[in-house]
Design a protein around this ligand. Structure first.
Ligand code: MN
Length: 490
């Protein structure tokens, strides 16, 4: 990894970037870190270079790449933040100040998780760029974890898997999430990691030749049909995501139909549908496996056409067909949007929705933090999440198996306390019904209702709902006891 590698990556992903400035930042960082080494024994500058490269791959702009190169300078070298500011401006200095602050947090035990989360989100609210640099920094640290003592390795990997990866997922950064998860998986569950890795290599590497032929044949047919193919490639499933899917299917790999997938990137939406037709003419599709996430995006905004087919030699392969923009969105999420925003093009509505959703998440997390209930915080944050809609179309994020009661409290404590029923997709349902992704939920309230029923604790899952029920049911119990007691003592 050299400065030339970095500059090439920058040129490729962001032709407008200021290469001279990036080179100057590199020289500054290289001089500041001179003589210092990483735990791996390599010169320290490798680390800021790798960090900056990850940011460049996301198509981010000069300021962020410069910040990535300089992110460890004030903390680890004689050069100060003031000097960085003098040479590279206030914006770069402010991002680095944020990173330095994040890095200063040292905690023992579980409290670490809590505080880290809080800092991440406070940092996010201030400047998304701080979070992006921090992710890139963490990713390289993870990828070089081998050099650290085992205990430290495990702790950093666990923290990354449980905190960084879910946040990356929430920001729509699929590629970052996958890389963080896979790098952590290896240390957190080494035996499971080896098992999944073997399964994947059996499924994928041994069939590389067939997959190549499938790609070539598909590309030929698409072009013959007049569809311009910007890119076609087999993608390996990220290992941790494959692992989670295997657990859902009793560890039976034959039940996982997207272990082999071919990604086709075309010019526009019309071509996506046309390409789907060509693929189906070429290979027989599996029943019930055609998904149109273009006209009906996933709640997190993901768009693509998916279909699973019997390809050459009876190989079951999933095709994912999308435009370039959809692809960048799926890989880089909010970073991709942020980039477009910087270019001065119109901000997609979904970007606004995303930011709103994150603001809400941050609020929720801050509220949760006051409860000091670290164990339940862990469970809630790291469970799989579902997205449901309010009648107004706002997206509410809840843990899997959440019920209308969880939903009601996530809207407002008063809505929870006054809840008497719920409609899901216009049907009246019982309050213990598990909500599903994409459900539209309406809460029926009775203004005169005194408070929650303690029975709700049987099916309330979020910390927010449970603590509100406990607090409010207790207070009504207390007042009830008080009322009962008063006449007796008179
Ligand atoms: Mn660093």
């Amino acid at each position: 990894m050299t400065i030339e590698d970095l500059l090439n990556t920058v040129k490729q992903h962001n032709p407008q970037a200021d290469l001279e400035l990036i080179r100057r930042a590199f020289d500054f960082a290289a001089k500041a870190h001179e003589g210092r080494q990483r735990a791996t024994g390599e010169p320290y500058i490798i680390h800021p270079l790798a960090t900056a490269k990850t940011l460049a791959e996301m198509g981010l702009d000069t300021t962020i790449i410069v910040a990535g190169l300089l992110h460890d300078v004030p903390e680890d070298t004689p050069a100060t933040l003031e000097e960085v500011k003098k040479n590279f401006g206030a914006e770069v200095a402010s991002i680095i100040a944020g990173i330095t602050k994040l890095g200063k947090i040292k905690y023992r035990g579980v409290a670490r998780y809590l505080e880290n989360l809080r800092k991440m989100f406070l940092a996010f609210a201030k400047d998304l760029r701080i979070v992006l640099v921090k992710f890139a920094d963490r990713l390289h640290n993870l990828e070089t974890l081998d050099a650290l003592p085992e205990k430290k390795r495990h702790r950093i990997a666990l923290e990354s898997l449980e905190i960084y990866a879910p946040i990356a997922a929430r920001l729509g950064m699929g590629e970052m999430r996958g890389r963080i998860e896979d790098a952590s998986f290896k240390y957190v569950l080494p035996e499971e990691y080896e098992w999944v890795k073997r399964l994947e290599s059996e499924a994928y590497q041994q069939r590389e030749e067939v997959l190549k032929k499938i790609n070539m044949q598909t590309q030929k047919e698409l072009e013959a049909a007049g569809i311009e193919v910007l890119k076609i490639q087999s993608r390996t499933k990220h290992l941790y995501s494959l692992y989670k899917k295997l657990l859902l299917h009793n560890r039976d790999v034959s039940q996982v139909h997207d272990i082999l997938a071919v990604r086709v990137i075309v010019v526009d939406i019309a071509d996506c549908y046309a390409a789907l037709g060509v693929v189906h003419k070429l290979w027989r599709p599996l029943k019930g496996r055609i998904k149109d996430y273009i006209s009906q995006p996933k709640p997190n905004g993901y768009q693509s056409l998916h279909t699973t087919v019997f390809a050459l030699e009876g190989l079951i392969v999933e095709f994912q067909i999308r435009t370039e923009r959809m692809h960048e969105d799926a890989e880089y999420g909010i970073a991709a949007h942020w980039h477009y925003h910087e270019e001065g093009s119109k901000i997609p509505n979904r970007y606004v929705a995303w930011v709103k959703e994150l603001a809400a998440l941050r609020k929720e997390m801050l509220a949760e933090m006051k409860l000091q209930d670290i164990e339940s915080l862990k469970i809630d944050v790291f469970q799989n999440r579902i997205f449901v809609l309010t009648p107004k179309g706002d997206v509410i994020d809840l843990p899997e198996n959440a019920t209308p009661i969880d939903f009601a409290y996530s809207i407002h404590t008063a809505i929870g306390n006054k809840c008497i029923g719920a409609r899901v997709n216009d049907q009246l349902v019982s309050l213990e019904t598990s909500l599903k992704n994409g459900d539209m939920v309406e809460i029926l309230i009775d203004k005169n209702r005194k408070g929650p029923s303690p029975d709700w604790l049987k099916f309330a899952h979020t910390r927010l709902a449970r603590s509100s029920i406990k607090a409010n049911a207790q207070s009504s119990l207390a007042s009830w006891l008080f009322r009962k007691k008063t006449p007796a003592t008179k």
